[in-house]
Design a protein around this ligand. Structure first.
Ligand SMILES: CC(C)(COP(=O)(O)OP(=O)(O)OC[C@H]1O[C@@H](n2cnc3c(N)ncnc32)[C@H](O)[C@@H]1OP(=O)(O)O)[C@@H](O)C(=O)NCCC(=O)NCCS
Length: 220
């Protein structure tokens, strides 16, 4: 196997594993992909041209990042995550396996999104004459648990926490715990009312990175 990086600018010490395409020419006029330094792009990842990513990008296997997506530093986009185009992620965003982000979504800084969560951008797919896709806007320091659905155009305010499996169809103000289907909000309890842990959101390397020492307790 080999990889294709001919249409990409890739920063120093970023590892591109076999079987990846970085700078996929989705159109004859597509620009290059620009990826920062010290990242790791794992087997099977496809990154389109016109994507910009900062330093310490980590992808899992078979992640797809489509055109006009911008990612800050320390972003982790794990296995089978799909980032449709025209999407913006700040610094320290962690998208766990299987997250789907529709185009025209915005995710702020230091945000964690749990496995299998989906962000939608069209309220009446196929049943409206005007197509105006609008993804969710997720503010800084938010946590969204695994298995959630976040509806088109929904805004989730800073520091809020969405419980696992929730269906969020209305805006969530700042500092709320939103749970249930459909989700309802209550103020964050004390133990969740804190910024996200930087050891997680700005981790330079995950456990499976070749430059990371395996922790003592990594075997059972
Ligand atoms: C939301 C969450 C943090 C609450 O945990 P907690 O602070 O220990 O709260 P409790 O379990 O005591 O629940 C508080 C209330 O919220 C409800 N609740 C908690 N999580 C809920 C969820 N995911 N959906 C619906 N209701 C939920 C509880 O039933 C309880 O309701 P009540 O006050 O009416 O009795 C936790 O349940 C959760 O969903 N964590 C996310 C897990 C996850 O997705 N991890 C991803 C990485 S693997």
């Amino acid at each position: 196997m080999s990889n294709s990086t001919t249409h990409a600018h890739i920063g120093a010490h970023t590892i591109v594993e076999d079987g990846c395409v970085v700078g996929y020419r989705y159109h004859p006029d597509a620009g290059p992909a620009r990826i920062g330094s010290n990242g790791i792009i794992r087997i099977g990842t496809i990154i389109y041209g016109d994507v910009e990513a900062g330093d310490f990008l980590q992808t899992g296997h078979h992640a797809v990042i489509r055109a006009f997506t911008r990612l800050g530093d320390y972003c982790a986009v794990f296995h089978r995550v799909v980032l449709e185009g025209l999407t913006e992620l700040g610094d320290g965003v962690r998208l766990m396996a299987g997250v789907y982000v529709a185009s025209r979504s915005r995710i702020g800084n230091q945000v964690f999104i749990g496995p299998g969560t989906i962000l939608l951008n069209d309220r009446y797919p196929g049943r409206s004459d005007r197509i105006e896709p609008r993804g969710p806007t997720i503010a800084d320091e938010v946590v969204v648990g695994g298995g959630c659905t976040i509806g088109p155009g929904v805004r989730i305010g800073a520091r809020s926490f969405v419980g696992a499996g929730s269906l969020v169809l209305k805006d969530v103000p700042e500092g709320m715990l939103a749970v249930g289907s459909p989700a309802t909000c209550r103020p964050l309890p004390d133990h969740l009312d804190r910024p996200n842990n930087r050891d997680l959101t700005t981790a330079r390397y995950d456990l499976w990175h070749p430059r990371c020492d395996l922790p003592e307790d990594a075997r059972w």
